[in-house]
Design a protein around this ligand. Structure first.
Ligand code: FAD
Length: 545
């Protein structure tokens, strides 16, 4: 069957017109002498395309026509130049014209790294980390990283020299190019900003196939466009990431609250203490709703003190809220004593439920890689490769209570499988020139909320059990962006929240999402990807002819 398929493709390209995207790609590769200049022809593959139609979400599955595993940035540029210049080649090829998606680690939820009938470029074939150590005369230490590298590998390389990036995601098996195309947030964001605020320079290939080096000082518009740019303006092939001296250990603390208002008040107090040595290095928080949360607590948080049902009974509630903080230190005795003192002082200012505080000390790399422990546990139980109808929102500070109440009302918390994260970040740590979208009010603080639910393994794409979860997500989006709170007067104004890792299918929804940034988004798109070739899985603009 495969031979027949290939023969039909070859027959197709020998014909004067192009009948399929695959044929068009073979035509392109021939016109580029791709397979005849001694390079490995398997790098452009038409056979194993199904793998590129799977992502972490397992909700959308669109096969590309082909997969490219490039060995260099120049190779990607050649392909994009050819596709951009191939209107003539594509003439007679009736379907929409070719599109191209860079795929990092494929951890998107809604098919964002897929290219239906197009070309998927597997960035994992571009690897490499080169570290520059600051010479003491000022300036940063940094790593030049191939965009297909995973953050976990960058951490390992940097730590060999006693260095580490300073802004993270909770999970490290994500590609550098993939998270920079979104923002990259975690408990360090309140202090250092998202990962996109910690990049000095990029190499990017635009939708016209031009390879451009950019930074805040050079080709700044393309630099800012690409940070949080959802892959719309170019394919990032290299990023220069700021490094700092790596701590060795982490004091990791969790404290429980029954009152949401107190929980957020204390989170905001911790953010306001952002004065280096006397404040925390990491701050997150989450909702503790049921047995599932208790199970994951014991797996991901290696404390000797177990958490059991009695905490809910004693507090007289089914839902608790947990602040999670961390203080970094090196291993010397002095520093250990110091970190205990500083953490003690910080904790003494918090109003958690008396006695419900837990702490543990772990190596820095283990702390950063904490979600891996959970991943391996879920994998061993067949619960990792399941649909993930995740929803991530940025919520204005003034609306966080209302948002969380609506969320818990819509979702029936007792069925929640997976964490619900709630933590504050600071607006001033985000550069408004960048494409990343955050709430448009002026408050210095807004909240990141992650509803990270797993569906039952039997809930396949399209099944009602998965669709029910997706429709709950949509209700939450409607309530918190431009619609109204469930059951309330329709005239009640929306909350001004924005989706993070957004998923929309209509152009008007994207226009709403970008808000005041929509105009600049369109201008930049016309400048850097005028034919809308790039990242079609985001479903923002259709391919131009
Ligand atoms: P992919 O899914 O491969 O790609 C995402 C998008 O970026 C696609 O549109 C793709 O075309 C584009 N893209 C990929 N590489 C490039 C490139 N080199 N140049 C241009 N465009 C490119 N996010 C957070 O911010 N914080 C978290 O704590 C966090 N935790 C997570 C935990 C888990 C278990 C998972 C599955 C995801 C988590 N995420 C988190 C979300 C994650 O940051 C995004 O899904 C991100 O896109 C994943 O990177 P990736 O390499 O898998 O990207």
């Amino acid at each position: 069957l495969i031979s027949l398929f290939i023969m039909s493709l070859l027959l197709c390209i020998s014909a004067p017109c192009m009948h399929s995207p695959a044929a068009a790609l073979i035509g392109l590769s021939r016109s580029e002498k791709y397979n005849t200049d001694g390079q490995d022809p398997c790098r452009l593959s038409f056979l194993d395309t199904a793998a590129a139609a799977i992502d972490f979400g397992r909700i959308y599955h669109h096969n590309p026509a082909a997969i490219l595993r490039p060995v260099s940035a120049e190779e990607i540029a050649r392909f994009l130049r050819a596709i951009y210049a191939s209107r003539a080649l594509a003439t007679g090829y009736r379907q929409e014209y070719l599109t191209v998606a860079a795929k990092g680690a494929g951890h998107s939820i809604h098919g964002q790294a897929q290219a239906p009938d197009g070309l998927v470029i597997e960035m994992s074939s571009l690897r490499g980390v080169r570290i520059h150590v600051a010479d003491g005369a000022g300036g940063y230490s940094y790593a030049d990283v191939a965009a297909g590298e995973l953050w976990v590998d960058l951490l390992a390389e940097a730590m060999k020299l006693g260095l580490a990036p300073r802004s993270w995601t909770d999970y490290l098996y994500l590609s550098v190019g993939g998270t920079l195309s979104n923002a990259g947030i975690s408990g360090q964001t309140f202090r250092h900003g998202p990962q996109i605020s910690n990049v000095l320079q990029l190499d990017i290939i635009t939708g016209t196939g031009e390879l451009v080096t950019c930074s805040p000082a050079e080709n700044a518009d393309l630099f800012y466009a690409s940070m949080g740019g959802l892959g719309q303006f170019g394919i990032i092939t290299r990023a220069r990431i700021i490094l700092e001296p790596a701590p060795q250990k982490v004091k990791w603390v969790r404290a429980l609250y029954s009152d949401f208002e107190q929980f957020t008040r204390d989170q905001e107090l911790l953010v306001s203490m952002d004065d280096g040595a006397a404040s925390v290095d990491y701050l997150e928080g989450f909702v503790v709703v049921n047995n599932e949360a208790m199970r994951s607590w014991s797996i991901s948080f290696p404390t000797d003190t177990p958490l059991d049902d009695s905490v809910f009974n004693d507090a007289g509630t089914e839902i608790l809220f947990c602040i999670e903080i961390a203080k970094y230190f090196t291993q010397s005795d002095d520093e250990t004593a110091d970190v205990d003192k500083v953490t003690g002082r910080i904790i003494s200012r918090l109003s958690f439920i008396p006695g419900l505080i837990y702490s543990v000390e772990v190596p820095y790399a283990d702390f950063l890689n904490r979600v891996r422990v959970e991943e391996l546990n879920l994998r061993s139980r067949g619960l990792w490769d399941v649909p993930h109808p995740w929803l991530n929102m940025f919520v204005p500070r003034r609306q966080i209570q209302r948002f969380t109440t609506s969320l818990l009302k819509i979702m029936s918390p007792d069925t929640v499988k997976g964490p619900i994260l709630v933590y504050p970040v600071k607006r001033s740590k985000w550069n408004t020139n960048m494409s990343a979208v955050i709430p448009e009010d002026k408050d210095e603080i807004f909240y990141a909320v992650g509803v990270l639910r797993s569906a039952d393994p039997l809930c396949l794409a399209g099944s009602s059990c998965l669709n029910d979860l997706l429709s709950q997500n949509q209700q939450i989006i409607d309530v918190s962006t431009n619609a109204n709170e469930i059951g309330n007067d329709k005239s009640e104004p929306g909350m001004g929240a924005k989706q993070y890792l957004a998923h929309h299918s209509q152009e008007w929804q994207w226009k709403n999402h970008f808000g005041s940034k929509w105009g600049i988004f369109l201008q930049r798109k016309a400048r850097y990807d005028p034919l809308n070739i790039l990242a079609p899985g985001q479903r923002i603009l259709n391919r131009n002819h």
